[in-house]
Design a protein around this ligand. Sequence first.
Ligand SMILES: Cc1cc2nc3c(=O)[nH]c(=O)nc-3n(C[C@H](O)[C@H](O)[C@H](O)COP(=O)(O)OP(=O)(O)OC[C@H]3O[C@@H](n4cnc5c(N)ncnc54)[C@H](O)[C@@H]3O)c2cc1C
Length: 309
Amino acid sequence: MGAIRAVLLAASQNRWLRERASRYRFVRKSVARFMPGELLDDAISAAQDLKTKNIESVLTHLGENVSDRREAERVSTHYLQVLEKLHTENLATEISIKLTQLGLDLSPETCEQNLRRLFLKESPAKTLWIDMEASGYVDNTLAIYRKILADFPNAGICLQAYLYRTKADVESLLSMKPCIRLVKGAYSESPVAAFRTKREIDANYFALAQSLLRGQTTGVVRRVAFATHDPKLIRQITEFASAQGISRKQVEVQMLYGIQRTEQVRLAGGGWRSGVLIAYGSYWYPWFVRRLAERPANLSLLLRNLVSD
Ligand SMILES: Cc1cc2nc3c(=O)[nH]c(=O)nc-3n(C[C@H](O)[C@H](O)[C@H](O)COP(=O)(O)OP(=O)(O)OC[C@H]3O[C@@H](n4cnc5c(N)ncnc54)[C@H](O)[C@@H]3O)c2cc1C
């Protein structure tokens, strides 16, 4: 892992920095590059705009590691309101949730209860996505996912290609017909758990992508979404799909709001399924710093905004 990436990932966990970051206008201006605003209405407007470009959307309310039972319940209630609002606005937009936001640190039972409230409300025609967090959470997250999937076939889980275990996790889920969003992984992981080099991570990503696409074709995978901005991987995946005779509408690429916008439009225009994850909310600090870690060149955005302030 690059030294800058390691420093940024450590900074993303730093409470002192988190409490101070939002006081600076140049930081808030930089955050605006990756989220349309802090309010749900800002996210909904962005989703409406994407819809006009034939781009699908997924909303996520920023927050993680909630340590208070009532706060976890409030997050769940907020998402219920989001589902209601999306219904009223007639948007096909889905939602994606971090289990630590619903109380996973308090107890898996509390978290599952909060999550079930959302599945009971969500339309079965839409996938309700569960994010994957740092590797220490994978076992608990998958255990909850399996229980939920047994009752709600529209449950989706994010899996991370940087973890050695992911291949086995995919295989263990196939008998349940999962929906899987494949990412590279955004956390700082030890070499005991995760591939370290981009070459290894990308190779594992592509190998997993091929088996997930095959699984979707044979029906053991209900839906697969490739959440990456990596142009080389996207090319490999789309070329593989074409060679296998898989239709473009069966190949879905998801990106983050504000990143690779031209590519999002190009994919949608070419008939591939193109989606964008839109984050909103005031708890943006750790999320934003992880975006900097993914591409340290984004630090120049911070510097430019600092100089122009
Ligand atoms: C829809 C979606 C959902 C996600 N959910 C999760 C999750 O639940 N758990 C999890 O661990 N991770 C999640 N991630 C993050 C993911 O793990 C990666 O950290 C992130 O997508 C960057 O990796 P990459 O695949 O784009 O490839 P990289 O190799 O990091 O980047 C490839 C290229 O993409 C562009 N790029 C990548 N990131 C940025 C950026 N921040 N700013 C500007 N350009 C960039 C650059 O051109 C870069 O060269 C999610 C990502 C997406 C898109």
